[in-house]
Structure formats: C-alpha cells, structure tokens
Design a protein around this ligand. Structure first.
Ligand SMILES: NC(=O)c1ccc[n+]([C@@H]2O[C@H](COP(=O)([O-])OP(=O)(O)OC[C@H]3O[C@@H](n4cnc5c(N)ncnc54)[C@H](O)[C@@H]3O)[C@@H](O)[C@H]2O)c1
Length: 560
C-alpha cells in the first residue's frame, strides 16, 4: 500500500474559491477524491477504503499522491487516464473533453471471477472501485439515504397501503457506510428499525452522527425496545451488536417476525462479510487462510438467508437491498428461487424503483465546493421553487434539510427525472455565475441509475424482455457522457453486487458558472438519463414509452 506516502494528517478537501489546480474541473476532481477519504466520509480512510466492504479511492498511497500531483498541474488540453486507481497516461485532448477518465476492476468476462480478481489484486494490478468510491463521487451515507427512505416508503405503500410506517417493525443488518443510512431512513418513515451490526464501533459512529438512536449488545433489551416503540407508534432506530447469522435465526425460533425484512451487510464479497465467530480470530483467518474464511462466510450467509426466507413465509415483506445476499446464499446451497426461476423475494429495483427508472429518475447529487452549508440550503430552496408539484420531492428536501447532518463537503441527493436534471443543473450554473452560491457546484450521481448499469441481481433484475445481463447500455452511457463533455467519467465492474455480477458507468460535471459550461451541462444532463429511458423503452416498458413520447426523448425516431 506504499504507506510511506500516506499524508501525515487526516485528509480533508480544501474549501472556498481559491484554485489550487489550473481549472475548476481538476480542482473539483481533486477535492472530491480527497473528500472521499475524509475521516467523516470514508469507512477506513487509512486503508483508502471508502465504503462497500473494500471499495477504494486509489490503488495505493503512491498512486493517490501521484493523482493529486497530476491534477494540480493538468491543463485544459490534457486528460488523465486512471486504471484501477493508478494514473497511467496523460492524454493530449481538448478543453471540452473530460479531464479524467477512470476504469476500475474491469476484467474480460471469462476471467471475471472473484478468485481471478483477488489474484490480480494480490499482484498489485487492479483495485475494487465499488461504484462511487473509485470514481470520486461518494458522499457518505447521505448519498444513499434518499434511495433507502423512498424504498422503505414504497414498501409501506405497496404492501400495507400506508404512507407512514408508524407502528411497523423493520429488521435489517449492516451499519457501515451505505448501510448506515438505514436506521435514519427507517425513522424518517416513522418506523421502528432494528439493525444488526457485528462491530460496536460502527454503530457508535452512526449514533454520534445522528443516524441511529440507540445501541445495545443485548438482544432481549433490543426486542423489548422494539415492542414498546411499535406499541406506542414511536419512531425508533436500534443498533444491535451481533451477527445476522445468529440473531435472525434466534428471532425466528422465538416467533419474532418483523413487518419488513431486508439486508445491507457486505455480502457481495465473502472476504468482507463477517462469519459467526470471534472477530479477532476471524481477522487473522482472513489474511492467513482466505479460502477457509470465505467458506465460513458462506455458512453464515446460508443461516442468515434461511432465516429471512422463513420470516417471509411467516408473513414478513422481504426485499433484497442490493448486496447480492440471495446470489451468495445460492452458492451456499440455499434454495432461493421459485420453480419459475425467479428469486423467492424480489430485489428493491423490480419491487419499487423500476417505474422511476422508466421516467429517467435516479439519484442525482451535488456538492458545494465552497464548503458552506448555506450554499446547499439555497439550492434546496431552488429545488422547491422549480418542482413544487412533486410532493415526494418536496417532502424529501424539507426532511433532508432538517434531519441529515452534513459529512465532509456539504451536499445533497435527490431523485430527479429527465428534463428536471438539466433544468436544475442550468439554474445551479446560473447561481454560480451570479455569485448566489459562493463557489462552483459538483454535479454527479450514483452508478445505480436508469441507464448506467447492467446488474442482473439488482438494477436490471427481471427485465421485461429478459435483457438482464446485457451490458451494452452502461457502455453507451459512459461514451455519451464522455463525448458530451462531462468533467470526469468512469466505467467499473463489480460494484454493489460484487465481481462478476455488474458493469456500470459514472459521470460528474462541474457547474463553474460559465456560459460555455452551460452547453455541456445541458448536453450531459440530458443524454445521461435519456439513454436510461431508451434502455427501458427497448425493454418494452409502457411507462418509459409514455415518458419518451411526452418529453420528446427520442428526437429522431426510427422505424421499429
Ligand atoms: N441498495 C443500494 O442502493 C446499495 C448502495 C450501496 C451499497 N450497497 C451494497 O450494500 C452492502 C453494504 O454497503 P456498505 O457501503 O454499507 O458496506 P460496509 O462494508 O461499509 O458495511 C457493511 C456492514 O455489514 C457488516 N456485516 C458484515 N457481515 C455481517 C454479519 N454477518 N452480520 C452483521 N453485520 C455484518 C459489516 O461489519 C459492515 O459494517 C454492499 O454489498 C454494497 O455493495 C447497496
């Protein structure tokens, strides 16, 4: 890891209007890379690990140092190429080209296995970039919380016909980086949520940040709290120190069945998931005998998943929360599918999110390079002014302003659709130009979006036309954002659900307040969700066809 190059002080992105690089694109890329590694934001910053098990921001500390040096000196006629977290080429390009192009974890399909990836990783040739870690647009639990909040709300509406989860009990596990959004998303929906996490210090961090209400290591106490709060209808989030492979079967045995059960442990990678056993001994085993560690992970995953399936049988609403727990349990020999080949319980995308993808909606996000939270507050007001008719959005922005603490650079996430993204991006650029906000704004999104990902156990599970594993779409998305002038673009393998299971693209564009940038913003924020709508039109979704027609998405029609 070249620890001798690790900065002596904790990393924090510069704030304010003074450029330390030659332009705002490279300044933003550098600040967002640093922000990914800010101790307020990253899971294990000293190891370059940002979130999602072992998703890293750079290959090693030497590569990190080189990237920062290059960004400081990169002009508008060059583009930095990053191969799995390591700078490899400074290409002569032009001012409208992306300043950085990133490729992470990509392996030729026949070799795209976890074993092969681990071998390349060991040889120092590759890095796991997750989704936003290796593409420098991770913004801590605040990046996922709206998606989690909306998924819980949709689960309530669809399954119980209610707008609030008051008096309902959600059971989940994992309270790390993204999974750490679950407790707050639960209480924002007025539910009682019990989140089982192996590491006490991870729960303590979330309690300190205001994302979780209470911690206990006593399952009896946790259940007593759950029962009292559900009876009273009081929202409550509880972090229970324990292993889901033990706690969940214990609950089943005692007939304690939640209303909703899901999971966000790091099950996508067997070396990141934590098997039942002594943590210290397991940490040693992970390095000394990774094969045995993986075998134990599969054993625990089997127990964990069997308990979820039993809870579902006994009436709980179950949905997969994007960590490939079902896929791993299948490898462990658990019967996770119905006779028709579909999983016994759905992933959150087919269950709740796909209709949004058909409208080109996805997790749009922005960060204030000024470092001043009042810039975000001004942009919150702008969202409310621009889209007053969207009640879900209005409710979200108001709640977010009240309840979500800023971690690292101040930022916001909200799901915006086709047309809305470009309207808002252009107004943000205008705010920068007029000095209404103090510095340029970084605009990006998760790779989990309508047209940017192929992931048969998550975003593209159970597509109408059976095209779940077709990965041409994220490649088209990547290329479209590059040719239209995003500030940086990325193409990754294995994010979310693990190596072999997904391919996905990211884009970031900086609103620097110039008229030239307005043109690029308009282009990028149009085609990015545009290809998402085209993807769903092609798969046969009526909703996508309707949106394509009413919003004139397909400007040039062709014979069909
Ligand atoms: N649905 C989505 O939109 C979405 C978004 C981001 C990440 N993910 C996926 O969710 C998972 C979690 O992401 P993250 O960023 O929170 O990862 P993380 O590594 O930061 O956190 C996962 C947590 O799970 C805990 N854990 C592991 N095994 C456990 C067990 N057996 N019992 C209890 N706790 C256990 C770990 O200690 C860790 O704190 C990953 O698989 C990731 O790819 C899904």
């Amino acid at each position: 890891m070249y620890y001798e190059y690790r900065p002596k002080k904790p990393i924090q992105a510069p704030r304010g209007t003074t450029l330390t690089c030659k332009n705002w694109d490279t300044e933003a890329a550098m600040r967002m890379l640093m922000n990914n590694l800010d101790p307020e934001v990253a899971l294990i910053p000293e190891e370059l690990i940002v979130y999602g098990g072992s998703g890293r921001a750079a290959r090693n500390w030497l590569a990190y140092t080189q990237i920062v040096d290059i960004l400081k000196n990169l002009d508008e006629n060059h583009t930095l190429c990053v191969q799995s977290g390591k700078p490899v080429y400074i290409a002569p390009t032009h001012p409208d080209a992306p300043r950085v192009i990133i490729a992470n974890s990509n392996i030729v399909p026949h070799w795209a296995t976890q074993e092969q990836f681990d071998k390349y990783d060991e040889m120092g040739l590759i890095m796991y970039g997750q989704m936003t870690a290796g593409s420098w647009i991770y913004i801590a639990s605040q990046g996922i919380i709206q998606g989690t909040y909306e998924s819980f709300a949709a689960a309530g509406k669809k399954n119980f016909g209610v707008d609030s989860l008051k008096g309902k009990f959600i059971l989940t596990a994992g309270m790390g980086a993204m999974s750490g959004a679950q407790p707050l998303a639960g209480t924002m929906n007025e539910a009682v949520i019990l989140d089982v996490e192996v590491y006490a210090e991870r729960i303590k961090r979330k309690v300190k940040e205001g994302y979780c209400d209470k911690i206990t290591a006593d399952v009896h106490e946790a259940i007593q709290w759950v029962e009292e709060a559900t009876k009273k209808g009081t929202p409550l989030s509880i972090g229970l120190v324990g292993n889901a492979g033990e706690v969940h079967p214990w609950l089943v045995k005692r007939g304690i069945i939640p209303d909703i059960v899901t999971d966000q442990t790091s099950a996508h990678a067997l070396l990141d998931y934590v098997p039942i056993g002594d943590i210290k001994a397991l940490d040693e085993l992970r390095t000394k005998n990774p094969e045995e560690y993986s075998r134990r992970s599969l054993d625990t995953i089997a127990k964990h998943e069997e308990a979820i399936l039993e809870m579902q049988k006994q009436g709980a609403v179950a949905f997969d929360y994007g960590n490939n727990l079902r896929g791993q349990a299948e490898l462990a020999g658990v019967a996770v599918r119905n006779p028709d080949g579909n999983f016994k319980y759905p992933g959150f995308v087919p269950a709740y999110v796909r209709p949004l993808f058909c409208e080109g909606r996805g997790p749009f996000r922005w960060a204030a390079l000024s470092g001043d939270p009042t810039d975000i507050a001004k942009l919150d007001k702008l969202v409310l002014e621009l889209f007053p008719e969207d009640q879900t959005l209005v409710r979200w922005i108001k709640l977010a302003g009240e309840k979500i603490p800023h971690l690292g650079l101040p930022c916001r996430v909200c799901w915006l659709g086709y047309g809305e993204r470009s309207t808002f991006a252009l107004r943000m650029n205008d705010y920068v130009k007029k000095g209404i906000v103090k510095a340029p704004i970084v605009i990006g999104r998760d790779h989990l979006d309508c047209g940017s990902v192929a992931s048969p156990h998550r975003e593209t599970e159970n597509m109408l036309d059976g095209s779940d594993a077709i990965a041409d779409w994220p490649l088209l998305n990547f290329a479209l954002n590059a040719v239209n002038g995003a500030s940086w673009v990325s193409f990754h393998h294995g994010g979310g659900v693990g190596i072999g299971y997904s391919l996905h693209a990211g884009m970031v564009i900086v609103a620097d307040g110039t008229d030239k940038r307005a043109k690029r913003l308009q282009r990028v924020t149009t085609v990015d969700p545009g290809i998402g709508i085209a993807r769903h039109v092609d798969a046969g979704y009526e909703k996508a066809k309707e949106v394509a027609e009413t919003k004139s998405v397909m400007t040039n029609k062709f014979r069909s």
